[in-house]
Design a protein around this ligand. Structure first.
Ligand SMILES: C[S@@+](CC[C@H](N)C(=O)[O-])C[C@H]1O[C@@H](n2cnc3c(N)ncnc32)[C@H](O)[C@@H]1O
Length: 340
């Protein structure tokens, strides 16, 4: 066991083995604890306590259960580091009747299960403890359950009546939380965490807007946050913007929304202003970059890896400006954007 400083936590924490690697970052844990605030909550796979401590800050009482005694000892010490004293720690298998009977007064059961190190396609029953097994073991305790699941798990593998909440942190997909019973508020939701603010979008709240496909970008282009894309809420996002949007397909995985007007929605990961459009020709791209005062180009289109440095050097040759331009290939042309 060691105590170390990590960007995940505001204080140095005790950890062992891979405990810190799998711990929930404090900012995410704190958001989730706010959503699950209740009288008594049982975190039945608490690890080194990253999530449990935030629950303890929001709830009346908390149980922290883990099968691994050393990790549980880290959690106990971390609770002291954070100054919370309303957690009862229990070492044992969360699926065993001995553990279940110690937490019968829990209003909510939460689990962030361990994931098998290697698995081709993630499954809800290969998590430890498995989600179906937890639902069965605790069905007489409560019907309010929340689980963390791998965000890349294909939606069809999550064969439950639950809300799927995709959460992003600093523009990267970070967590998928499943909410059951009374905790379910909709089918799909996206939460975007930025600094100490969060922004939420839910399915079913507004009718999704149809977004016509645009052949080319308009003066403004927007990259939707990955949590919005994962939750399949692009139409709902567009409906809330109050300005007409078109959809530009970059490739099979990437889309940009585009508009004549600016939007400062926090549900965008990146916002761009169009600088120019040129044919796919390094000389023409370079000339346009110079004309637009660009000093650095970020290539966001496919280049054969063997030719990458040659292409990049030719595109960036002699650039002295202050701007950074992002270069996308759309319908056979290169579009130069400034991020703002
Ligand atoms: C992903 S970690 C939890 C991390 C935790 N949320 C945090 O923020 O530190 C999963 C934990 O589940 C525990 N675990 C696995 N199977 C278990 C079981 N049957 N009963 C209780 N805990 C279990 C592991 O020991 C591990 O500490």
């Amino acid at each position: 066991m060691e105590r170390i400083r990590s960007p995940k936590f505001s204080k140095p924490v005790y950890t062992c083995g891979e405990g810190l690697r799998f711990a929930t970052p404090e900012i995410v844990a704190s958001y989730r604890a706010g959503r699950l605030r209740c009288g008594v909550l049982a975190d039945i796979s608490c690890g080194i306590g990253g999530q449990t401590i935030c629950f303890a800050e929001e709830c009346g009482r908390v149980y922290g259960v883990d099968i691994d005694g050393e990790r549980l000892e880290c959690a106990r010490r971390n609770a002291r580091v954070y100054g919370v004293d309303n957690i009862t720690f229990i070492e044992g298998d969360a699926l065993s009747p001995q553990v279940v009977e110690q937490v019968v007064d829990a209003d909510i059961i939460f689990s962030d299960p361990a994931r098998p190190a290697t698995e081709d396609v993630r499954q809800t029953d290969s998590l430890r403890p498995g989600i179906p097994m937890v639902l069965e073991a605790y069905r007489d305790v409560t019907d309010s359950f929340a689980f963390e699941a791998p965000p890349q798990m294909p939606p069809e593998r999550i064969d439950f009546d639950c809300e799927r909440e995709y959460l992003s942190l600093d523009g990267q997909l970070n967590r998928l939380t499943l909410y059951f019973g009374p905790l379910k508020r909709c089918e799909r939701s996206a939460v975007v965490l930025k600094g100490d603010m969060y922004y939420r979008l839910k399915s079913g709240e507004a009718a999704p807007a149809g977004i016509p496909e645009a052949d080319e970008p308009l003066p403004y282009a927007f990259e939707p946050d990955p949590a919005v894309m994962k939750a399949e809420l692009l139409g709902e996002l567009a409906a809330g913007l109050n300005i007409p949007m078109g959809l530009v397909k970059i490739d099979a995985r990437r889309n940009l929304l585009t508009s004549e007007s600016n939007s400062d929605s926090p549900l965008f990961k990146n916002r761009y202003r169009l600088l120019d459009r040129v044919n796919i020709d390094c000389k023409l791209i370079n000339r346009s970059l110079k004309k637009n005062g660009v000093g650095k180009a970020v290539i966001r289109f496919h280049v054969d890896p063997e030719r990458y440095w040659d292409v990049r050097n030719r595109i960036e040759e002699g650039l002295t400006g202050n701007l950074t331009a992002h270069l996308f290939e759309i319908s056979g042309n290169i579009y130069l954007f400034e991020r703002y």
